[in-house]
Design a protein around this ligand. Structure first.
Ligand code: FAD
Length: 462
């Protein structure tokens, strides 16, 4: 008989006024007792709506039943059959719109805390599980993967499991993609990502860093080196700007640059002298996860005042509910229904203020969201010394520009068919490089699908 409590077991976390001054992980995770108690809230429904809500179809009720019985390693085996990075997904997936959004328990109370349980199981495995890795017999074929983000790494892992010799070419000096350069330490500790990547290396996946494809090597040169198929998982790292007056002032960052300085260049560590502005008052423009991360990082670096400026209302914000909730607890000031109109600087060119205008919501647009409209004569000014633009990103054009026969659409995303095959023979693509900025789990799902397609292609080619 399931525990019918309408509430999730709370996950212990650092107090807001403590954590907004450090970069340690916000949430501590469940204990075994908490995980078992939460697992007992699952009804083990016959039609399993949660599984249909998961882009990689983790067999959720099965793993939860094993957690309830205390078989945590068994639960890990079930998750790992469809999800290669459960410690990551348990922490950053937007569960409220996926598995948990479909949970029957969510109708009359809170859904089962599927994400927290996934995180618990993955962390338990990391501490107690077998470190033995099965190495598949080599099939003599080489595949290249461009980009070591969740799409590329998932594709690499799935192909290695089938016996392919896989080499990943990564532009940065560290593998992980957005998981290491974008998402901050307090949400996803670097050691978690490193441990998941370590597992891939043990399976024989070779990861070459500082390899900007399109500069160091071209896709055609990779093919000439004997790689029989190529997967492009190069993400969407090119930031967008508003094009407003003053955007070139000193102290205006793209969120990508700001977060890369903090994460990859280690400004989050006290003993690193990373060049980054020590701000007093910061405006972050945008309403997604990236905006929340930038705002919460700015606060942790010591800013007294941090604003989120978003042109729609809170209900329309694309960020995960948990991130919005945490940001508010950490004293981030939400200025909703307003949009910047210009950035004002002093005689040295440094930002001093941001001018905004109030917005109201009109009719729904093609995406179904109500469009923001300007409220005439409602301009106001905020005193800030740093502005961070978190307005979205698109794929970097470098690979397309240096590869003949590789088509992209008007947003710069690679054109692929239903098997993720691009317009160039033997070349596949997936993740943000195809969809534009999306989510970790969708990128992983694309990496899996591409690995299946590449395997079929190379098996037929023999
Ligand atoms: C700050 C931030 C927070 C986010 N928070 C969340 C969240 O909470 N939950 C969630 O689900 N999603 C979140 N996302 C989105 C998610 O991280 C991405 O959708 C996901 O990482 C996409 O994976 P990917 O593998 O396609 O690309 P990426 O993770 O971008 O990886 C692409 C990799 O390719 C490399 N690369 C690019 N060009 C080249 C080249 N020419 N040669 C070689 N290598 C190259 C890049 O250096 C990078 O390592 C967030 C994104 C950001 C920026």
């Amino acid at each position: 008989m399931a525990d019918m409590s309408p509430y999730k077991i709370k996950m212990p976390e650092q107090e807001p006024y403590v954590r907004n001054k450090n970069f340690d992980e916000v949430s501590f995770g469940y204990t075994a007792e908490m995980a078992i108690a939460e697992a007992n809230r699952c009804l083990n429904c016959k039609n399993k709506p949660c599984v249909s809500g998961c882009p990689v179809h983790v067999r959720i009720p099965e793993f939860i039943a094993l957690v309830a019985s205390g078989d945590f390693l068994g639960a890990y085996e079930i998750i790992n059959q469809t999800n290669s990075f459960p410690a990551v997904c348990g922490r950053v997936c937007p569960q409220e719109r996926q598995c948990e959004g479909k949970c029957v328990r969510g109708i009359k109370g809170e859904s089962v805390a599927i994400g927290r349980l996934e995180r618990f199981v993955a962390d338990y495995y990391m501490q107690n599980g077998s470190k033995g890795v099965k190495i598949a017999p080599a099939n003599g074929k080489k595949v290249a993967v461009i980009g070591a983000g969740p799409a590329g790494l998932t594709c690499a892992g799935d192909l290695a499991r089938k016996g392919y010799k896989v080499t990943v070419f990564e532009a940065f000096h560290t593998a992980g993609g957005v998981l290491v350069y974008g998402i901050p330490e307090f949400r996803l500790p670097k050691k978690i990502v490193a441990s998941e990547i370590d597992g891939l290396k043990k399976m024989g996946v070779e990861i070459l860093t500082d390899m900007v494809i399109g500069k160091v090597l071209s896709v055609d040169e990779i093919i000439e080196m004997g790689y029989e198929a190529v997967f492009i998982g190069s993400g969407a790292g090119l930031p967008m700007f508003m094009g407003i007056e003053g955007e070139n002032s000193l102290g205006v960052y793209s969120a990508n640059e700001f977060l890369t300085r903090i994460n990859l260049m280690k400004a989050y560590l006290d003993d690193y002298d990373t060049p980054i502005r020590k701000s007093r008052s910061v405006a972050v423009v945008g309403g997604g996860n990236v905006a929340m991360d930038a705002a919460r990082c700015a606060k942790r670096l010591g800013a007294e005042h941090v604003y989120i400026i978003y042109r729609r209302g809170e209900a329309e914000m694309p960020a995960r509910r948990e991130e919005i909730h945490h940001a508010k607890e950490e004293e981030i000031d939400f200025k909703l229904l307003c949009n910047p109109t210009r950035i004002i600087s002093d005689e040295t060119g440094a930002v001093t203020h941001i001018e905004c205008i109030e917005m109201q919501l009109g009719e729904p647009d093609a995406s179904g969201r109500r469009s923001p409209e300007v409220v005439p004569n409602s301009e106001f000014i905020l005193e800030v010394d740093t502005v961070i633009m978190a307005l979205g990103t698109s794929p970097n054009p470098l690979i397309r520009q240096t590869t003949a026969g590789l088509e992209t659409n008007r947003k710069g995303c690679f054109v692929v068919d239903e098997n993720l095959k691009t317009t160039k023979a033997g070349v596949y693509a997936g993740g943000d490089a195809v969809t534009g900025a999306a989510t970790v789990i969708l990128a992983m799902g694309a990496g899996k699908s591409a690995a299946r397609s590449i395997d079929e292609y190379l098996t037929q080619k023999q």
